[in-house]
Design a protein around this ligand. Structure first.
Ligand code: PGA
Length: 222
């Protein structure tokens, strides 16, 4: 594990984008594991700039996203599908059919989890997985638990996460309470992982993740 310090959010974002850019240049058909939330927005902006400057080509890149809220249809402006289109995909030359995200409207939860795991397998795994970290140490939406999850699973979001997400929704009732997330085992099977952390509010959980024991109560500790 390498810890790269950055002087502020923009510096972190630029450094993260450079690492992803290196992956895209060295392996143009990479499978990138992508994340949503406020953390990666700056990273995506820098990737868009590199693309616009003619330095990156995403035409053969495949992407798999970590998670999606249950109950939000594609196109809903709070869905992660929408987030990815707005913050990255519509600005670069990635092919629509090459980006994947769990289906928040799937009727059969177990079947959707199976489908997503098979999809990741069919892509031969993730080359570089981008992660943020939740205030409670979650990665993807794998909340603190007694065990590390394996494959894609449907998670009941904790109050801490619902609270953190409330800034994006009009009322408590509107905030999704469940989400599909790639499992911890699938995340750990990525050939490289880039975890980005920014802001004072994350300092304590970052310290716990890095210096504390490896425990499913702090999913990022793994
Ligand atoms: P944030 O979310 O980037 O919006 O802080 C991170 C996460 O929950 O993984």
């Amino acid at each position: 594990m390498r810890i790269i310090k950055a002087k502020d959010y923009n510096d972190m974002s630029r450094k993260a984008a450079n690492i992803i850019a290196a992956q895209v240049i060295m392996k143009p058909d990479s499978v990138l594991g992508l994340a949503t939330g406020s953390t990666p927005i700056g990273t995506y902006k820098h990737l868009i700039s590199l693309y616009q400057a003619g330095d990156l080509d995403f035409s053969e890149i495949r992407t798999v996203n970590l998670d999606e809220y249950k109950g939000l249809p594609k196109g809903n402006d709070q869905s992660y599908d929408y987030f990815m289109k707005e913050n990255l995909f519509k600005h670069i030359n990635i092919k629509e059919e090459n980006s994947y995200i769990p289906d928040g409207m799937a009727e059969d939860d177990e079947e959707e989890c199976r489908r997503y795991d098979q999809l990741i397998d069919s892509l031969k795994g993730v080359d570089l997985q981008l992660l943020g970290i939740g205030l409670n140490g979650h990665i993807g939406f794998n909340e603190p638990n007694d065990v590390f999850s394996k494959g894609t699973n449907l998670i009941k979001l904790t109050e801490s996460t619902i609270e953190a997400n409330s800034r994006f929704f009009e009322s408590y009732d509107d905030i999704p309470k469940y989400a599909f997330t790639m499992g911890i085992k699938s995340i750990m099977q990525a050939r490289k992982i880039l975890l980005c952390v920014s802001g004072k509010s994350k300092a304590e959980i970052l310290k716990e993740s890095i210096e504390g024991p490896i425990t499913p109560q702090v999913p990022a500790s793994i």
